[in-house]
Design a binder for this molecule. Structure first.
Ligand SMILES: [Zn+2]
Length: 399
């Protein structure tokens, strides 16, 4: 059998086929990834917005499938020799892709026929899918109507089928398409959702729209002058609902309220938090003023203060306030909290101590590290046990 592009592979003939006896006709390696080319395949190579299938060749995992130079490469977790092998499909992944992909045909057809929105791109993601439509903004009412109309088509259980037509027949048909690839020759594959959509497509589809089960439009975002529309279909709807339920349960536990009251409870708590933060900042500001004034009222030379439960940022604010009116004095400020031990050295403009020289020595006494420039030096201390020795060291610098 030929392995050329014109070959109709088994995934196209029967997308429900999960196992196939094949021949590995060529093996190779691409950027360290071993791959196999087979005489036929039930695995879909990435294309047209649909991701590559996964599966197994004998016991070896197939992690990617791509069309390369008119052949289909099955990328393997470990190399295999040429010869006969059993090919099996990761059916759960593929069936989900078939459902999402067929849902996209229906959604795109209804968006175009009932609302005049043309689909310009399709993306089948890990968790959700999206299409881009050429409408600048979609109203909530229109979106609800689109979802309803799509659901009606899904529930109608319309047959879905693929076939190949000659270029001559293709020219006679009213096909919805974004255009054939440049240089296309030979038969063209069409996919039809009865009475709803006739489209050029090489992907895999379910037999009936009933197999999609349901679709849920999630949200929209503006995109390049159009709109990106996010949605989920089939089993993803229930999976997503289960995630929402479990998240809502966790939030209900945290806020001790019902699901219906969650948003208002969260809003109230956030308002309370903002208010508390505002009061805390005002309190901190007056504490800084008091501390700086207290230091300024002390005697000459070296002054000091320690703050429990505070951090380096707090000390720096006091240091700046202190330094403005410190004159020839120098202050050693320390703080200890669960974030660690902090120190700041702050000198007045007329202080004879060179902070840039004394700072690193002071940091060494405190078993820590730090940095600074001009009138300030700050850092983290290993411990504050040697705080007395650090003060004595500063006194010595003044003699
Ligand atoms: Zn398709």
């Amino acid at each position: 059998m030929s392995t050329q592009d014109s070959q109709i592979h088994s995934y196209e003939r029967d997308p429900y086929l999960r196992d196939l006896q094949v021949d590995i006709i060529r093996i190779g390696e691409e950027d360290g990834r071993p791959f196999a080319v087979l005489d036929d395949t039930i695995l879909y190579p990435e294309g047209g917005g649909q991701p590559a299938d996964h599966g197994w060749l004998d016991e070896v995992r197939i992690v990617d499938v791509q069309r390369v130079e008119q052949t289909i490469r099955h990328y393997l977790e470990s190399p295999l020799p040429a010869g006969p092998a059993r090919l099996s499909l990761d059916w759960e992944r593929r069936y989900d892709h078939m459902q999402q992909h067929t849902a996209q045909h229906v959604l795109t057809a209804i968006a175009a026929d009932r609302f005049g929105w043309q689909t310009t791109s399709f993306h089948l993601g890990e968790r959700s899918c999206d299409i881009e439509v050429d409408a600048a903004a979609l109203s909530e009412t229109d979106l609800r109507a689109l979802e309803e109309a799509t659901m009606e088509t899904i529930q109608a259980g319309l047959p879905v089928g693929g076939r190949r037509v000659s270029p001559e027949e293709y020219a006679q048909l009213d096909v919805r398409t974004r255009g054939l690839p440049e240089g296309h020759c030979g038969d063209i594959r069409l996919v039809e959702v009865q009475g709803t959509d006739l489209n050029t497509c090489g992907g895999t589809h379910v037999r009936s729209t009933a197999e999609i089960g349901s679709i849920k439009l999630l949200r929209t975002e503006p995109m390049r002058g159009g709109t990106r529309l996010h949605w989920v279909a089939a089993g993803r709807v229930r999976r997503r609902l289960a995630e929402h339920e479990s998240r809502t349960d966790a939030l209900r536990g945290l806020f001790e309220t019902s699901a219906e009251e969650l948003v208002s409870a969260a809003t109230t708590r956030l308002d309370e938090l903002k208010d508390a933060m505002r009061r805390m900042r005002a309190f901190e500001s007056s504490l800084i003023d008091q501390a700086a004034e207290g230091l300024a009222a002390r005697g000459d030379g070296v002054v000091e203060a320690h703050f429990k439960g505070m951090d380096g940022a707090f000390l720096q604010k006091i240091a700046r306030r202190f330094a403005d009116s410190a004159g020839s004095r120098i202050a050693l400020l320390t703080a200890a909290s669960d974030k660690g031990n902090f120190f700041v050295l702050a000198a007045g403009e007329d202080c004879p101590i060179d902070v840039g020289v004394a700072g690193p020595e002071l940091a060494e006494i405190l078993g820590g590290r730090g940095g600074g420039s001009g009138q300030f030096f700050q850092g983290k201390a290993g411990s504050l046990e040697k705080r007395g020795a650090a003060l004595a060291f500063l006194q010595e610098q003044l003699v």
